[in-house]
Design a protein around this ligand. Structure first.
Ligand code: PEP
Ligand code: MG
Length: 311
């Protein structure tokens, strides 16, 4: 099928240390797919859709009004394909659209966006998606097409969920879009304290993975705006409260066979890598430039853990 056409000899990935914890890579723009794959990462831990839409300079609603829903679906299919191809058969975790209204406001069609005092506490991520199913359904349609094309390495991740209600609603919409949820890998980002505290119910609702979005998890746990320079020195992803939420979530997920991962910036920091490997996280997704160092740090921590058990 379609898949065969893209099955070509790829450049040899650099020799990387063998680790039990997988090391993946974050991809923010479709054009970075090749460079990301060349790191030898075990997959994409976070592929953002934002750039694919925002780079058209239109809100999703405006884009669909101007160009039609098929063109909108194509933007996503083509954007995701670049990574799905480069990494095949390694998994590529695609996050559904997550931009705050203040970013959408800058674009054509942005005049229709709600004016919010606190966009970061407002209408973004899964909240917006569930509220605008007419738009969201086209994202899901793009996933369905990718699966039909043979990209069974594509995974679906929902941002800013709080609880099992969000998960059930997203799951229902996937089913309505004819996505076989038993066959596909799908999950959530853990970005709010609520989501960390409610992860057991989400596990029972069928998620396959939970990925820590520590940029937001830190901002919401500490009530420190991630974009406010005034309090930047208080933005601490290694704060005990943040680590406690992460540690507890990993433990609960392990009990329920749910994979855990990190895709926030902190995944590129050695201290966070040490903590996560010790807690037994399944994978760590880092920035392209950090993958190599994270691979070696994971190896170092894993070796130390093994030595500690035989001592
Ligand atoms: C995060 O919150 O850590 C994350 C990865 O998502 P974003 O930075 O896009 O909000
Ligand atoms: Mg986030």
């Amino acid at each position: 099928g379609e898949r065969d056409a893209v099955e070509e000899v790829r450049p040899q990935a650099p020799v990387k240390p063998m680790t039990a914890t997988e090391v993946k890579v974050n991809v923010s723009i479709p054009e970075a797919a090749e460079r990301a794959a060349a790191t030898g990462a075990d997959g994409v831990g976070l592929l953002r859709l934002e750039h694919m839409i925002l780079s058209t300079n239109k809100t999703p609603e405006k884009y669909i009004a101007d160009h039609g829903e098929d063109a909108y679906i194509d933007e996503i299919v083509e954007g995701v394909r670049r990574s799905a191809d480069e990494f095949y058969p390694r998994p590529v975790r695609v996050r559904t659209l997550d931009a705050p209204t203040d970013e959408f406001r800058q674009l054509q069609g942005g005049g229709d966006e709600p004016d919010e005092h606190n966009p970061m506490l407002g209408y973004r991520g899964i909240r917006r998606s569930l509220d605008t199913p007419d738009v969201f359904v086209h994202e899901l349609e793009a996933f369905r097409r990718l699966y039909e094309m043979g990209y069974d390495n594509v995974e679906i991740m929902f941002p800013l969920v709080n609880d099992v209600e969000d998960v059930r609603a997203a799951r229902d919409l996937m089913e309505e879009a004819d996505i076989d949820i038993d066959k596909r890998s799908w999950g959530v980002m853990i970005e709010t304290p609520a989501s960390a505290l409610c992860v057991e119910e989400m596990a029972n609702a069928g998620i396959d993975f939970a990925s820590f979005g520590t940029n937001d998890l830190t901002q919401y746990t500490l009530a420190v705006d991630r974009n406010n320079g005034q309090v930047a020195d208080r933005f601490d992803e290694l704060h005990p409260a943040v680590l406690e939420l992460i540690g507890e979530t990993i433990e609960t997920c392990r009990e329920h066979d749910v994979e855990t991962s990190i895709c926030g910036q902190a995944g590129s920091k050695p201290e966070m890598v040490d903590f996560l490997v010790n807690e037994g996280v399944s994978s760590i997704s880092a920035n392209i430039d950090a993958v190599r160092d994270v691979q070696h740090e994971v190896k170092r921590v894993e070796q130390k853990l093994i030595l500690d058990t035989v001592r």
